[in-house]
Ligand binder design. Structure first.
Ligand code: TPP
Length: 625
């Protein structure tokens, strides 16, 4: 059979296909997505579930004139394949290759860059309002998942859109999952809408009547709509979307191209906010992903025939596993410990705790701001909340950190995972800002462990301290680091000297400690002896040690896996300046003031001179200048 996908150079090429060809195309797209993600890894399950939505929307719309805004964007692989990126698709998530998310620099068909959830409705509304102000004439479609819809930001967007009454289509891609099974009241509500047979029967009947009126005059239309609305409200109390000002259509089978296309066509001419509720299956069309959508949400390279992951990205035991073990142990000892995740129980390592202590575990959905304020409430009432969250997603909750936790000095512990370069997910996901935004929080203790064992100790101490605490750790191996000096217990504001040396000092933060030790070994072979300090604390700093090393007079190199703007090195420099230690020579080896692209973590670390070889080269150069 002729391969249709090869001839799709732009969405225009779709328009010439008939429905059977579109169905064939959906199969080819799925095959391509499975093949490429089996090699490159990626967000397979969500993308497989959104193939027909992508085809139907592009079939009915005229991108790039019409704007198609994906939410999160991890499910947009079919959209990429339909918008001239077929050839480049083989480079998915590679350094210099296609991004795993929509990206304005990548294609004119990506009107909005994303990676974090729930931005689509607000962004689409902005595009729609701008269109109207500029007197332009195009459609705007936001495609959002059921979990992303359940967030404050999405409601804020809906609330405004329903009020502004702009011409805007929201397609809900409802697969009843976020990464794991979607929980929460919104999920329950959507489920009721889908499964309520009485409602559906009556609604279908009303729609049938509407369709069968040969030419629906305004009066007849209004009357039927009134009846339909009345029935809806009677049978499904307060249809949320209609109450919010949207015309609700659905539920529709999100894999039935005919149904989808006819529904989009029906609403296309409407000049008001429209909500299409499409039911989809996460992982659709690949047996293993259908059976285990959570495993295949974001997956590394796998064997297509068995669905088994070929090699783990982190072969050794990662920091997350150490966290997972310790929080379980602490939970057994202390009944006041409660844990919170914003829709990521697996990724953050809380699943075991959740299984052991279901009453003390809270998955609050993709609601980081709520997660933080909820934790603050729990802490106010005397519990010890531990929020496990990725660095990049905690960005959402900056005000809550200040207003709800710091201001009241509440003892909430933030275990900030994926702090540093995360690799292939790219700029929306690198956890490189948390040092800057947490070290400015008054009263917070901010730490970065050198390895998993230290992470465990920090967590244990954090529970005792009764203060707001951040522990940041990367997506990397947490294997124990063995250094010359003996292990010094974690004490607030004390760093740990791991190696002595007279030619220079490396002050290393968390994940960079091992790099610093290996750098020192390389330099030692060149007769350059470097003292290595594991900083441990970003806040409060070990001012005693800093003063001591400032007085050595040798150059200090600060290694940090975060942006240097406002980072750990900045904190050290501020201290030297405050103390008038202005002659100290300091060189910051951190990340520049720019967004870091996607690519393997190791590649990126090399690019930014944060591997032992690169760091040794920089230090040698600086010392011999
Ligand atoms: C603010 C934020 N928090 C967490 C995530 C991590 N994340 C990526 S996809 C996803 C689930 C999205 O679920 P849904 O919107 O229902 O889409 P689906 O994957 O089911 O298609 C989560 C939690 C994120 N991208 N953004």
């Amino acid at each position: 059979m002729e391969k249709l996908l090869l001839n799709i150079k732009s969405p225009k090429d779709l328009k010439t296909l008939d429905i059977d060809q579109l169905k064939q195309l959906s199969g080819e797209i799925r095959q391509k997505i499975i093949e490429v993600t089996s090699i490159k890894g990626g967000h397979l399950a969500a993308s497989l579930g959104a193939v027909e939505i992508a085809i139907a929307v592009h079939y009915c719309m005229e991108s790039p004139k019409d704007k198609i805004v994906w939410d999160v964007g991890h499910q947009s692989y079919a959209h990429k394949l339909l918008t001239g990126r077929f050839k480049a698709f083989d480079t998915l998530r590679e350094m210099g290759g296609l991004s795993g998310f929509p990206k304005v620099d990548e294609s004119e068909h990506d009107p909005f860059t994303c990676g974090h959830s729930s931005t689509s409705i607000s962004a689409a509304l902005g595009l729609a309002v701008a269109r109207d102000l500029k007197g332009e004439n195009n459609k705007v479609v936001a495609i959002i998942g059921d979990a992303s819809l359940s967030t404050g930001l999405a409601f804020e967007g809906m609330n405004h859109a329903g009020h502004a009454r702009k011409n805007l289509i929201v397609v809900l891609n409802d697969n009843e999952h976020y990464i794991s099974k979607h929980v929460g009241a919104m999920s329950r509500y959507l489920n009721r809408v889908i499964t309520n047979p009485l409602y559906n029967r009556v609604k279908n009947e009303a729609e049938r009547i509407l369709k069968n009126i040969p030419k629906v005059g305004p009066v007849a239309y209004k009357t039927v709509k009134k009846v339909q609305d009345g029935l809806k409200n009677l049978l499904v109390p307060g249809i949320i979307f209609e109450e919010l000002g949207f015309r609700y259509f659905g539920p529709v089978d999100g894999h039935d191209l005919e149904e989808l296309i006819s529904m989009i066509r029906r609403v296309q001419a409407m000049k008001e906010p429209v909500f299409i509720h499409a039911i989809t299956q996460k992982g659709r069309g690949y047996k293993f992903a259908e059976e285990s959508p959570t495993k295949f949400h974001g997956i590394e390279a796998f064997d297509m025939a068995t669905g088994n992951v070929i090699k783990e990205q982190v072969p050794e035991k990662c920091f997350t596993s150490y966290f997972s073990e310790k929080i379980l142990e602490l939970g057994l000892k202390n009944k006041n410990i409660v844990t919170i995740t914003a829709a990521m129980p697996d990724g953050t390592g809380l699943q075991e705790f959740a299984t052991e202590f279901p009453d003390r575990f809270f998955d609050v959905g993709i609601t980081e701001p709520h997660a933080v304020t909820f934790a603050a409430g729990l802490a106010k009432a005397g519990l010890i909340p531990v929020v496990a969250v990725y660095s990049t997603f905690l960005q959402r909750a900056y005000d809550q950190l200040i207003h709800d936790v710091a201001l009241q000095k509440l003892p909430v512990i933030f275990c900030v995972d994926r702090a540093g370069l995360v690799g292939k997910d790219g700029p929306t996901h690198h956890g490189v800002f948390d040092v800057s935004y947490t070290r400015s929080l008054p009263g917070f203790i901010v730490m970065a462990p050198k390895d998993g064992t230290e992470l465990k100790e920090m967590l244990e101490k954090a529970v005792e301290w009764g203060k707001p605490v951040v522990i940041r750790y990367p997506r990397a191996s947490g294997e124990r680091i063995v250094a010359d000096s003996s292990c010094v217990p974690v004490t607030v504001g004390r760093a740990e000297v791991l190696r002595e040396g007279k030619n220079a000092v490396i002050l290393a933060l968390g994940s960079m400690t091992n790099t610093a030790l290996r750098t020192a070994e390389i330099l030692s072979k060149k007769k350059i002896e470097v003292k290595v300090v594991n900083a441990r604390f970003i806040k409060p700093l070990d001012t005693e040690l800093l003063e001591e090393i400032a007085l050595y007079g040798c150059k200090i190199f600060i290694l940090e896996e975060c942006v240097s703007a406002g980072g750990f090195a900045s904190a050290v420099l501020e201290f030297f300046q405050r103390e008038n230690l202005v002659n100290v020579k300091v060189k910051c080896l951190g990340l520049p003031d720019e967004f870091i692209e996607h690519g393997a973590r190791e590649e990126l670390l090399r690019k930014y001179h944060l591997t032992p070889d690169e760091a040794a080269q920089t230090i040698e150069c600086e010392l011999t200048q």
